[in-house]
Design a protein around this ligand. Structure first.
Ligand SMILES: [Zn+2]
Ligand SMILES: [Zn+2]
Length: 298
C-alpha cells in the first residue's frame, strides 16, 4: 500500500508510465503518469523555435517567423506546442487518435495546461471540431479531449461547441498554394447567433502542420467577436532544410491532410520501434540544437 495516497486502497497497483510502462510508485493514481525520462522526450523543444507557431527552426531563423508563418500571416497571437511531432510525442498522439487509447489525452492535456500556464486565466478553451462524419467514424474528437483536460487542470472555461466544421477539407497536397489558402478559409463557422464580446480564446488541436486549419478557426472566432486568439497544440510538425513542406507531402489515403502527415525528416524509424522509450530524432538532434527545456519556459 502506498503511503500518503488516499486512493491507494482502490488502486493497489502502482501507476505506470504511459510512455515506457515502468512502474511509478510515487505518482498519483488519478491521472495518467509519465516517467522523467519519457517526460524529457515528450517536452523536447529545441532552443530555436518560431515565435509565432512554436515550430522548431534552424539557427539561421532564430527569432524570426518560420516559412509557413511568413506564407500564412497567422491571425493568432501565439501558438505553443509540447514539442515537435516526432518520437514518443508522436507515438502518444497516434495511440490517442487511432490506438483506442483516448485516455492519453488526459496526460497530454495536463502537460499542455502546464505549457500555457503563463497565459491569461480567462481564456475560453475551444477545441477544433471534427467533421460529423469523421466524428462518427472515430467516436470521439481528440481535440475536445485535449481541450477538456487542459481546461479542467488550468481552471479555464471550456466551450466545446463554439465552432462547427462546415466540410471536410479535401487533401491540400493536390491544390496549389493559392487554392490551399482559400481551401481552409471556409472550413469553420461560429455557432449562429454566438457572440464572444471580445473574450480571448485558446484554440486547442492535436497537431499543427501548415497552420491553415488553426488560422481558419481563428478567423471564424474573430467573426464571432472573439478577442485575441491563442493556440495550444500537442505537437507541431518541424520544417527541415531540404525537407518537403508537410502540405506538399503525399497524404495517407482515406485520411485528412494533417491527420498523419508524411514523414519529412530523419529519426522516423524510432517511431515504429514499439512502445519502448526509443530515442526520437528530436533527441538525436538535441546536441545540434540545444537541450530539452522545462515545460514552464515559453
Ligand atoms: Zn517512461
Ligand atoms: Zn511559425
Amino acid at each position: 500500500m502506498r503511503q500518503g495516497d488516499p486512493w491507494a486502497w482502490l488502486f493497489p497497483w502502482p501507476p505506470y508510465c504511459l510512455g515506457c510502462g515502468v512502474e511509478l510508485p510515487g505518482a498519483p493514481v488519478t491521472c495518467p503518469a509519465i516517467c522523467p525520462t519519457c517526460h524529457r522526450q515528450v517536452a523536447f523543444r529545441p532552443r530555436s523555435r518560431c515565435p509565432s507557431c512554436d515550430r522548431p527552426a534552424w539557427l539561421a531563423e532564430a527569432g524570426r517567423p518560420c516559412s509557413e508563418c511568413r506564407n500564412l500571416g497567422p491571425p493568432w497571437q501565439a501558438v505553443r506546442a509540447l514539442g515537435p511531432y516526432d518520437g514518443l510525442l508522436r507515438r502518444l498522439i497516434l495511440r490517442m487518435k487511432y490506438g483506442e487509447e483516448p485516455y492519453v489525452a488526459a496526460l497530454l492535456g495536463r502537460l499542455l495546461a502546464e505549457r500555457v500556464a503563463a497565459w491569461p486565466r480567462d481564456l475560453l478553451v475551444v477545441p477544433i471540431p471534427l467533421h460529423p462524419v469523421r466524428l462518427r467514424e472515430r467516436g470521439f474528437n481528440q481535440a475536445l479531449l485535449l481541450a477538456a483536460n487542459l481546461a479542467r487542470v488550468s481552471g479555464r472555461l471550456l466551450a466545446p461547441h463554439a465552432l462547427r466544421r462546415l466540410r471536410r477539407a479535401p487533401p491540400q497536397a493536390m491544390l496549389g498554394a493559392a487554392a490551399r489558402r482559400s481551401n481552409v478559409e471556409a472550413v469553420f463557422a461560429p455557432r449562429p447567433g454566438w457572440r464572444l464580446g471580445g473574450r480571448p480564446v485558446l484554440l486547442v488541436d492535436d497537431v499543427l502542420t501548415t497552420g491553415r486549419t488553426l488560422a481558419s478557426a481563428c478567423q471564424a472566432l474573430r467573426a464571432a467577436g472573439a478577442g485575441p486568439v491563442f493556440g495550444a497544440v500537442a505537437a507541431v510538425t518541424p520544417l527541415w532544410p531540404g525537407a518537403a513542406s508537410p502540405a506538399a507531402s503525399v497524404p495517407v489515403p482515406g485520411r485528412d491532410p494533417g491527420e498523419e502527415p508524411a514523414r519529412a525528416w530523419a529519426g522516423s524509424s524510432s517511431d515504429r520501434a514499439g512502445a519502448g522509450p526509443a530515442v526520437g530524432g528530436g533527441a538525436l538532434l538535441g546536441g545540434l540544437w540545444g537541450d530539452a527545456e522545462g515545460l514552464r519556459q515559453s
